[in-house]
Design a protein around this ligand. Structure first.
Ligand code: ZN
Length: 1008
């Protein structure tokens, strides 16, 4: 059970529903008929399934003693083409509705609500609009806005052009500037398609599902998006966003009756309609040998020139409505693929046939007809010509003969059971996501929640000893519905796509009459004007300042602090109901981080952490260890710990090594033994394992750039400003990528092994250690005993938080504008400067200011005007860095210029009380977001943030006025102009590098 500590003003009134009260099957209430009530005791909930009699709308309510309530409305939206109509509709539905005719009510509500989650997404065949909040009034407000958005959107043509696609002059006001395609979804999908992993996953799926909806791209293929018309969008809405095609979901401790009443009021005027249908079953040929499809994709600059092929083998399996068979296939998929002890991992990754699994690898239950795929990226052309497929078949043959060992199967069952007991604070949202696909495909959603049933049946089936063997034979080896999909590199891929885009553009432009051109010009100007117009948000519901509790919503009062022999290691205890699980975290810090760790050792820190769960020990292979980790724990982890000083992040910080783990109370001694074996006896000289790890890390890091370029840009921009930011870049950014690439080129890894060993010894011996335990009160003694035995062997000394006496670093900040050209069609920008430390009284005002700037200036300028998918400002409260960023941005240089204008704007702008309240609400929905039991007390333990510091900050936030915010804008923003660091990661530039930008080539260093 999730429990929230301390006073929580947000627990809404109303008891969870119990069967036998006002609800019984057949009972009709507010137009809904109760079809089923079922308790699911394994996750402490009661589920109620209802149908709206007039329209046929489906409703699922999950009553559970949890204040973090969830609501969602969704529709089947399986597409019949790749125009992205369902995705564009998801966007345009949020451009204003009858009752709330304001642009982007979601973004606006972020500031009038204390939601813990608000979003919308388009899956392959359905669209969903979910939110979560702990406040009952907020819940009603948001539900109203959501329902109005989906059932009564304005869907103006201008919304379609803004969110979908349009052609327009680059500068809409300048009739001499060149024509271009614009539109939020158009650019979003261009970005998605420039990510080679996502391109591979999309194209291979299209090939696997010919003749049905999954052969189309529901998000929209940029080549086909311009085929969608405004009328097409409106028709799609009329047909799909209808109650007869809707599924409503609610979760938490709010009573059901009033919710049914509110929804009935919204949908009771509709007539029942036919639900749209499209083919859901693949027509992949079942006759003859496997189907083979080969296509081309971009060259992967991070991968050697002779390893550019991506290939996968896929099999079509059961419809997702067959719950147990799909569960069994998912289980089989994990046995085959995941972890060092998995046969396909050993045969494909350990042998270095490819750098990583292909993006589609695994069991895929997100399409009506499920599939299993396995493949590799970074493959040699010769291996793709047969050997890869043969090797996969060999592994499957062997499994069909021998099956899996009982301990491996038991270990995986233990993982499922642990996953069940380990409760996160977003339980309701995760539950909803775990059942959505099956529910939309027609399964009874309550069946989908009952995992214990499936595990019991699995145990039963396993009795005959041949269960997985026959699954492999029947559904993989002898399955005729098999696809071998290959993507070969084409150096001209992006350029040729760009040429195609220009031709499509030219064709549209050529067909324009002068009158149409004039209309486009006028429309562009109208759009710009609409974006500039101030909006009256008075129609939107809102919470008030009084809804924000004046006191911290969680406290560390109940924590207990003891010391443990022999060296008096400090231990923080959180004794609370944990469902029988004990959680451990240790932090071992270097007393003088700036000087204790030689600079050229720094790059090895992340590699050390991952090597610990890759190499295996001198006693056992990683495969053997993995089995024990899964059998006896819910996971163990090894990470570096890096924390800037709350008082002076420009000089001081804490650097060290952190261990985490959780297990059932009964397995405590086992977990500690495993941790000790891994930290003390890992054998870094297993160079094959190390080689595989390095190649995989490099490729993983490279592949994440196209998706998360804004994070890389922020890391790079910050890296020249603070010592911890520099280390962050060294550990996670381009620095780390280049370091890994240098290592992949090494033929002899002996030195690397030695360095890792030295680094490990340093972290074990020269550090000061502190411990945190979260456990049920009844297992305190067991934890104490296990911990004492564990700590008796530690060579580190005892120590508390030392981020403020870490010695002075020799770091000197520097300021520059750097451009990193990359081989993909997407840009990201970031700009940072240092302001004040966490403990400074101006820090809260700066944080609030960053919110205000995002809402009232940057969102409009960066997203709506510059056409970027996202952008904003934020204060890293702990390190005091004020940062701007833009995401998937067609005009990154313009955005950097916008950041400067944002500072000038902020200096002048006076904020109304309403705007101040909104910024505070949005801020506090983050500050007061619910914590799971194992997260409680962790900001104290990890960063030293005390209740007093939090309360001080809270008081500051609550008392801030517009004048305070303006003062800090004047004092910190504009004067910092000369001390900023800016970075753009983006497309290769032609000859047009703006003055003052330094071009840094990552690729060149990369490939050398
Ligand atoms: Zn989108």
């Amino acid at each position: 059970m999730v429990e929230y500590l301390g006073v929580n003003a947000y627990i809404v009134h109303g008891k969870p529903l119990h069967p036998g009260s006002e609800f019984t099957p057949g009972h009709v209430l507010h137009g809904f008929r109760v079809d089923e009530i079922r308790e699911v005791p394994e996750i402490s909930l009661t589920a109620v399934r209802l149908e709206h009699l007039r329209t046929g709308a489906q409703y699922l309510h999950v009553a559970r003693d949890d204040a973090n309530n969830v609501f969602s409305v969704g529709f089947n939206t399986a597409p019949k083409d790749s125009s992205g109509v369902s995705h564009i509709l998801e966007h345009t539905a949020l451009c204003g509705s009858e009752r709330y005719p304001v642009r982007d009510p979601f973004f606006k509500m972020l500031n009038r609500s204390m939601s813990t989650f608000m979003n919308a997404w388009t899956a392959h065949d359905y669209t969903q609009y979910p939110f979560a909040t702990q406040n009952g009034q907020d819940y009603a407000n948001l539900r109203d806005v959501y329902l109005d958005a989906v059932f009564r959107p304005l869907l103006r043509d201008l919304d379609f052009y803004q969110e979908g696609w349009r052609i327009e002059r680059e500068n809409a006001r300048d009739p001499t500037s060149p024509w271009t395609f614009k539109g939020v979804v158009y650019n979003e999908m261009k970005g998605a398609f420039s990510d080679t992993e996502s391109l591979f996953a999309t194209r291979s799926q299209q090939a696997l599902y010919p003749g049905c909806t999954y052969s189309y791209v529901s998000g929209g293929d940029p080549t086909h998006i311009p085929e969608l018309t405004y009328e097409g969008l409106v028709n799609f809405h009329r047909r799909h966003y209808h109650p007869s095609n809707a599924r409503f979901f609610s979760y938490g401790n709010l009573p059901l009756g009033p919710q049914l009443e509110a929804i009935n009021a919204k949908i009771d005027s509709y007539e029942r309609a036919d639900t749209p249908t499209v083919p859901l079953l693949s027509q992949l040929s079942a006759a003859g040998p496997a189907t083979r499809v080969t296509e081309t994709g971009p060259v992967d600059a991070a991968t050697p020139a002779d390893r550019q092929v991506k290939q996968s083998v896929s099999f079509l399996t059961h419809p997702t409505t067959e719950i147990f068979p799909c569960f069994a296939m998912g289980f089989l998929s994990k046995l085959l693929l995941s972890g060092a002890d998995a046969p396909l991992y050993q045969a494909l990754i350990d042998t270095n046939m490819g750098a990583e699994y292909s993006a589609n690898t695994g069991f895929n239950p997100y399409t009506y007809q499920s599939s299993f795929s396995v493949g590799l990226q970074g493959v040699r052309a010769a291996d793709a010509a047969g050997p890869l497929e043969e090797r996969i078949t060999q592994v499957l043959d062997k499994v069909a003969q021998e099956g899996f060992s009982t301990p491996r199967i038991e270990a995986l069952i233990h993982q499922i059971e642990m996953g069940h007991k380990h409760r996160t604070a977003d339980f309701g949202m995760s539950l909803m996501q775990s059942i959505s696909t099956g529910w939309f495909h027609g399964s009874n959603p309550i069946d989908l929640m009952e995992i214990d049933n499936r595990v019991a049946r699995l145990r039963n089936e396993l009795q005959d000893g041949q269960f997985f063997q026959s699954l492999v034979t029947k559904h993989l080896l002898e399955n005729p519905r098999k696809l071998v999909y290959t993507m070969e590199p084409d150096a001209d891929f992006q350029a040729s796509w760009n040429r195609g885009e220009s031709e499509r553009l030219a064709a549209v432009v050529a067909s324009l009459t002068p009158a149409q051109e004039a209309n486009i010009q006028k429309r562009g100007e109208t759009l710009l004007a609409a974006q500039d117009a101030e909006q009256d948000l008075g129609c939107l519901p809102t919470l008030t300042l009084a809804d924000i509790p004046t006191q911290n919503t969680s406290s560390t009062e109940n924590l207990k602090h003891t010391q443990i022999t022999p060296k008096q290691f400090p231990v923080q205890w959180n004794l609370a109901p944990t469902n029988g699980i004990s959680y451990l975290k240790t932090i071992a810090t270097l007393p003088h981080p700036a000087t204790d760790l030689p600079a050229d050792w720094q790059s090895f820190v992340p590699l050390l952490c991952s090597a610990l769960t890759t190499c295996g020990t001198t006693r056992r292979t990683m495969a053997e260890l993995t089995q024990d980790i899964r059998m006896y724990t819910g996971g163990v982890s090894f990470n570096y710990h890096l924390s800037p000083s709350l008082r002076d992040p420009t000089n001081n910080y804490e650097l060290g090594f952190s261990v985490g783990g959780h297990c059932l109370d009964a397995n405590l001694p086992r977990m500690y033994d495993l941790i000790r074996e891994i930290t003390d006896q890992t054998d870094f000289h297993k160079v094959d394992r190390l080689q595989t790890l390095i190649v995989g890390q490099a490729s993983g890091l490279w592949n994440s750039i196209a998706e998360s370029g804004h994070s890389f840009a922020r890391m790079l921009a910050a890296s020249t400003l603070l010592p911890t930011s520099q280390l962050n870049e060294t550990y996670n950014g381009f620095d780390q990528l280049q370091f890994l690439n240098r290592l992949t080129a090494k033929s002899d890894l002996t030195e690397v092994s030695q360095r890792l060993e030295q680094l490990r010894d340093l972290f074990l011996d020269k550090t000061q250690m502190r411990v945190a335990i979260t456990a049920s009160p009844s297992s305190e003694k067991a934890n104490q005993t296990a911990l004492e035995a564990f700590m008796a062997h530690q060579s580190a000394s005892a120590g508390g938080l030392n981020s403020d006496n870490g010695g002075t670093s020799s770091f000197t900040p520097s300021y520059s504008q750097r451009y990193f050209p990359m081989p993909f069609a997407s840009n990201f920008s970031a700009q940072s400067f240092y302001t004040v430390p966490f403990s400074h009284p101006d820090s809260p005002a700066l944080q609030l200011l960053s919110k205000l700037m995002t809402t009232h200036f940057l969102h409009r300028e960066i997203r709506e005007k510059n056409g970027a998918y996202g952008g904003g400002a934020g204060l890293g409260s702990q390190n005091g860095l004020f940062s701007f960023f833009s995401y998937r941005d067609p005009n990154p240089f313009k955005s950097v210029e916008t950041f400067r204008r944002a500072c000038e704007w902020a200096e002048q702008r006076e904020f109304t009380d309403r705007e101040m309240t909104e910024a505070k609400l949005s801020l506090f929905s983050g500050i007061d977001s619910p914590l799971s039991v194992f997260e409680e007390g962790m900001s104290l333990f990890t960063y030293g943030i005390t209740d007093e510091l939090r309360q001080q900050r809270r008081d500051h936030f609550l008392s801030l006025t517009s004048r305070d915010v303006q003062r800090v804008a004047k004092q910190y923003l504009v004067p910092s102009a000369s001390k900023t660091s800016s970075v753009i990661i983006g497309e290769k530039l032609g000859d047009s590098t703006p003055v003052g930008w330094e071009i840094q080539s990552l690729e060149a260093t990369n490939l050398s």
